[in-house]
Design a protein around this ligand. Structure first.
Ligand SMILES: *[C@@H]1O[C@H](CO)[C@@H](O)[C@H](O)[C@H]1NC(C)=O
Ligand SMILES: *[C@@H]1O[C@H](CO)[C@@H](O)[C@H](O)[C@H]1NC(C)=O
Ligand SMILES: *[C@@H]1O[C@H](CO)[C@@H](O)[C@H](O)[C@H]1NC(C)=O
Ligand SMILES: *[C@@H]1O[C@H](CO)[C@@H](O)[C@H](O)[C@H]1NC(C)=O
Ligand SMILES: *[C@@H]1O[C@H](CO)[C@@H](O)[C@H](O)[C@H]1NC(C)=O
Ligand SMILES: *[C@@H]1O[C@H](CO)[C@@H](O)[C@H](O)[C@H]1NC(C)=O
Ligand SMILES: [Cu+2]
Length: 151
Protein backbone atom coordinates (compact mmCIF):
# COMPACT_ATOMS: atom_id res chain seq x y z
CA UNK A 1 0.00 0.00 0.00
CA UNK A 2 2.96 2.27 0.57
CA UNK A 3 1.83 4.00 3.77
CA UNK A 4 4.42 5.23 6.17
CA UNK A 5 3.82 4.97 9.88
CA UNK A 6 3.82 8.75 10.08
CA UNK A 7 1.06 8.98 7.46
CA UNK A 8 -0.92 6.37 9.35
CA UNK A 9 -0.66 8.33 12.56
CA UNK A 10 -1.72 11.54 10.85
CA UNK A 11 -4.80 9.81 9.48
CA UNK A 12 -5.74 8.28 12.82
CA UNK A 13 -5.37 11.71 14.33
CA UNK A 14 -7.46 13.30 11.57
CA UNK A 15 -10.27 10.80 11.98
CA UNK A 16 -10.20 11.00 15.76
CA UNK A 17 -10.28 14.80 15.61
CA UNK A 18 -13.11 14.80 13.10
CA UNK A 19 -15.20 12.68 15.42
CA UNK A 20 -14.25 14.27 18.71
CA UNK A 21 -16.90 16.63 19.92
CA UNK A 22 -19.71 14.33 18.88
CA UNK A 23 -19.86 13.58 22.57
CA UNK A 24 -19.35 17.13 23.70
CA UNK A 25 -21.86 18.54 21.23
CA UNK A 26 -24.83 16.22 20.81
CA UNK A 27 -26.67 16.79 17.54
CA UNK A 28 -30.03 18.50 17.44
CA UNK A 29 -31.62 20.37 20.31
CA UNK A 30 -34.09 19.25 22.94
CA UNK A 31 -36.72 19.29 20.19
CA UNK A 32 -34.79 16.76 18.14
CA UNK A 33 -34.80 19.17 15.20
CA UNK A 34 -31.31 19.28 13.76
CA UNK A 35 -30.29 22.72 12.62
CA UNK A 36 -28.15 22.24 9.51
CA UNK A 37 -25.34 24.70 9.07
CA UNK A 38 -23.95 26.44 6.04
CA UNK A 39 -20.17 26.30 6.28
CA UNK A 40 -17.85 28.28 4.01
CA UNK A 41 -14.81 26.07 3.40
CA UNK A 42 -11.69 27.92 4.56
CA UNK A 43 -13.84 30.68 6.11
CA UNK A 44 -12.61 34.05 4.78
CA UNK A 45 -9.74 32.35 2.91
CA UNK A 46 -12.29 30.56 0.71
CA UNK A 47 -10.97 27.67 -1.45
CA UNK A 48 -7.42 28.60 -2.35
CA UNK A 49 -3.86 27.36 -2.77
CA UNK A 50 -1.66 27.07 0.31
CA UNK A 51 -4.29 27.18 3.04
CA UNK A 52 -4.17 24.13 5.33
CA UNK A 53 -7.68 22.67 4.96
CA UNK A 54 -6.93 19.60 7.09
CA UNK A 55 -6.14 21.92 9.95
CA UNK A 56 -9.25 23.97 9.18
CA UNK A 57 -11.47 20.85 9.14
CA UNK A 58 -10.13 19.67 12.49
CA UNK A 59 -10.68 23.07 14.02
CA UNK A 60 -14.12 23.44 12.49
CA UNK A 61 -15.44 19.93 13.11
CA UNK A 62 -17.41 17.98 13.82
CA UNK A 63 -19.57 18.17 10.70
CA UNK A 64 -23.15 16.99 10.81
CA UNK A 65 -25.46 15.26 8.40
CA UNK A 66 -27.16 17.82 6.13
CA UNK A 67 -24.60 20.51 6.82
CA UNK A 68 -23.80 22.39 3.61
CA UNK A 69 -20.19 22.98 2.62
CA UNK A 70 -19.77 26.08 0.44
CA UNK A 71 -16.70 26.20 -1.82
CA UNK A 72 -15.95 29.72 -3.01
CA UNK A 73 -13.34 30.37 -5.68
CA UNK A 74 -13.00 32.75 -8.59
CA UNK A 75 -13.34 31.50 -12.15
CA UNK A 76 -10.07 31.31 -14.05
CA UNK A 77 -8.53 34.55 -15.32
CA UNK A 78 -5.18 35.06 -17.08
CA UNK A 79 -3.69 36.12 -13.74
CA UNK A 80 -5.12 33.57 -11.32
CA UNK A 81 -5.04 29.82 -10.98
CA UNK A 82 -8.32 28.01 -11.34
CA UNK A 83 -9.63 25.59 -8.75
CA UNK A 84 -12.15 22.78 -8.72
CA UNK A 85 -13.61 20.24 -6.29
CA UNK A 86 -13.17 16.49 -6.52
CA UNK A 87 -14.05 13.58 -4.26
CA UNK A 88 -11.23 11.07 -4.04
CA UNK A 89 -12.23 7.40 -3.85
CA UNK A 90 -10.28 6.26 -0.79
CA UNK A 91 -7.72 7.05 1.88
CA UNK A 92 -4.70 5.99 -0.14
CA UNK A 93 -5.73 8.21 -3.07
CA UNK A 94 -6.30 11.03 -0.59
CA UNK A 95 -2.83 10.69 0.93
CA UNK A 96 -1.15 10.51 -2.49
CA UNK A 97 -3.46 12.98 -4.24
CA UNK A 98 -4.13 10.34 -6.87
CA UNK A 99 -7.11 11.51 -8.96
CA UNK A 100 -7.60 8.24 -10.84
CA UNK A 101 -11.24 7.24 -10.24
CA UNK A 102 -11.91 10.56 -8.53
CA UNK A 103 -15.30 12.19 -9.08
CA UNK A 104 -15.56 15.81 -10.15
CA UNK A 105 -18.24 17.54 -8.09
CA UNK A 106 -17.54 21.13 -9.19
CA UNK A 107 -15.65 22.48 -12.19
CA UNK A 108 -13.51 25.60 -12.46
CA UNK A 109 -16.41 28.02 -12.85
CA UNK A 110 -18.88 26.67 -10.29
CA UNK A 111 -17.22 28.31 -7.27
CA UNK A 112 -18.10 31.82 -8.48
CA UNK A 113 -20.64 34.12 -6.84
CA UNK A 114 -22.42 32.41 -3.99
CA UNK A 115 -20.08 29.44 -4.36
CA UNK A 116 -20.59 25.75 -4.97
CA UNK A 117 -22.77 24.04 -2.37
CA UNK A 118 -22.24 20.45 -1.28
CA UNK A 119 -24.73 18.94 1.18
CA UNK A 120 -23.36 16.20 3.44
CA UNK A 121 -26.07 13.60 2.92
CA UNK A 122 -24.23 10.37 3.66
CA UNK A 123 -23.84 9.66 7.38
CA UNK A 124 -20.45 8.28 8.48
CA UNK A 125 -19.22 8.28 4.89
CA UNK A 126 -15.64 9.60 4.58
CA UNK A 127 -15.63 12.48 2.08
CA UNK A 128 -12.13 13.10 0.70
CA UNK A 129 -12.34 16.58 -0.88
CA UNK A 130 -9.49 17.89 -3.03
CA UNK A 131 -8.58 20.28 -5.84
CA UNK A 132 -7.05 18.51 -8.86
CA UNK A 133 -5.56 21.53 -10.62
CA UNK A 134 -1.97 21.45 -11.90
CA UNK A 135 -1.63 17.66 -12.05
CA UNK A 136 -2.56 17.38 -8.40
CA UNK A 137 -0.04 19.90 -7.10
CA UNK A 138 -2.82 22.05 -5.59
CA UNK A 139 -3.69 18.98 -3.54
CA UNK A 140 -0.17 17.73 -2.85
CA UNK A 141 1.75 20.98 -2.44
CA UNK A 142 -1.05 23.45 -1.87
CA UNK A 143 -2.75 21.39 0.87
CA UNK A 144 -6.10 21.81 -0.93
CA UNK A 145 -7.57 18.64 0.56
CA UNK A 146 -9.50 17.64 3.64
CA UNK A 147 -11.51 14.82 5.11
CA UNK A 148 -15.07 15.11 6.42
CA UNK A 149 -17.06 12.33 8.09
CA UNK A 150 -20.58 13.65 8.79
CA UNK A 151 -22.10 12.42 12.04
C1 LIG B 1 -39.50 23.00 18.92
O1 LIG B 1 -39.54 23.37 17.53
C2 LIG B 1 -40.60 24.22 17.22
C3 LIG B 1 -40.62 24.44 15.71
O2 LIG B 1 -39.34 24.65 15.20
C4 LIG B 1 -40.46 25.53 17.99
O3 LIG B 1 -41.54 26.40 17.71
C5 LIG B 1 -40.43 25.23 19.47
O4 LIG B 1 -40.18 26.40 20.19
C6 LIG B 1 -39.34 24.21 19.79
N1 LIG B 1 -39.39 23.84 21.19
C7 LIG B 1 -38.29 23.68 21.94
C8 LIG B 1 -38.49 23.24 23.34
O5 LIG B 1 -37.15 23.87 21.49
C1 LIG C 1 -1.68 20.93 8.03
O1 LIG C 1 -2.27 20.76 9.30
C2 LIG C 1 -2.21 19.42 9.76
C3 LIG C 1 -3.05 19.33 11.03
O2 LIG C 1 -2.70 20.33 11.93
C4 LIG C 1 -0.76 19.03 9.97
O3 LIG C 1 -0.68 17.68 10.42
C5 LIG C 1 -0.02 19.16 8.65
O4 LIG C 1 1.35 18.91 8.83
C6 LIG C 1 -0.20 20.55 8.06
N1 LIG C 1 0.35 20.57 6.72
C7 LIG C 1 1.24 21.46 6.34
C8 LIG C 1 1.74 21.32 4.93
O5 LIG C 1 1.66 22.32 7.08
C1 LIG D 1 -31.40 15.36 6.36
O1 LIG D 1 -32.20 15.73 5.25
C2 LIG D 1 -33.03 14.68 4.79
C3 LIG D 1 -33.68 15.13 3.50
O2 LIG D 1 -34.17 16.44 3.59
C4 LIG D 1 -34.05 14.35 5.88
O3 LIG D 1 -34.87 13.30 5.46
C5 LIG D 1 -33.29 13.91 7.14
O4 LIG D 1 -34.19 13.69 8.20
C6 LIG D 1 -32.28 14.98 7.55
N1 LIG D 1 -31.48 14.44 8.63
C7 LIG D 1 -31.09 15.17 9.67
C8 LIG D 1 -30.29 14.49 10.71
O5 LIG D 1 -31.36 16.37 9.75
C1 LIG E 1 -3.51 5.78 -8.69
O1 LIG E 1 -4.66 4.97 -8.47
C2 LIG E 1 -4.84 4.00 -9.49
C3 LIG E 1 -6.17 3.28 -9.25
O2 LIG E 1 -6.72 3.53 -7.99
C4 LIG E 1 -3.67 3.04 -9.49
O3 LIG E 1 -3.86 2.06 -10.50
C5 LIG E 1 -2.39 3.82 -9.73
O4 LIG E 1 -1.29 2.95 -9.65
C6 LIG E 1 -2.24 4.94 -8.71
N1 LIG E 1 -1.10 5.76 -9.06
C7 LIG E 1 -0.12 6.05 -8.20
C8 LIG E 1 0.95 6.94 -8.69
O5 LIG E 1 -0.11 5.61 -7.06
C1 LIG F 1 -19.17 23.90 -15.34
O1 LIG F 1 -20.41 23.39 -14.89
C2 LIG F 1 -21.50 24.24 -15.20
C3 LIG F 1 -22.74 23.69 -14.49
O2 LIG F 1 -22.85 22.30 -14.68
C4 LIG F 1 -21.65 24.32 -16.72
O3 LIG F 1 -22.74 25.15 -17.05
C5 LIG F 1 -20.35 24.87 -17.32
O4 LIG F 1 -20.43 24.84 -18.72
C6 LIG F 1 -19.16 24.04 -16.86
N1 LIG F 1 -17.95 24.73 -17.28
C7 LIG F 1 -16.93 24.09 -17.81
C8 LIG F 1 -15.74 24.91 -18.14
O5 LIG F 1 -16.96 22.89 -17.99
C1 LIG G 1 5.46 19.30 -4.76
O1 LIG G 1 5.81 18.42 -3.69
C2 LIG G 1 6.62 17.32 -4.12
C3 LIG G 1 6.76 16.36 -2.95
O2 LIG G 1 6.83 17.03 -1.73
C4 LIG G 1 7.94 17.87 -4.64
O3 LIG G 1 8.74 16.80 -5.09
C5 LIG G 1 7.67 18.83 -5.80
O4 LIG G 1 8.87 19.42 -6.24
C6 LIG G 1 6.70 19.91 -5.40
N1 LIG G 1 6.32 20.68 -6.58
C7 LIG G 1 6.16 22.00 -6.57
C8 LIG G 1 5.73 22.61 -7.86
O5 LIG G 1 6.38 22.67 -5.56
CU1 LIG H 1 -6.79 24.57 -6.57
Amino acid sequence: MGFTIAQGLVIVFLIASTMAGSIARPCGNSNNTQTSKRIVVGDSHHWTYGFNYSKWAIKHGPFYLNDTLVFKYDPPTPNTFPHNVYLLPNLESFIKCNFTNAQEVANETQGAGEGFKFVLERPWHPHYFACSVHEGSHCLNGTMKFLVIPI
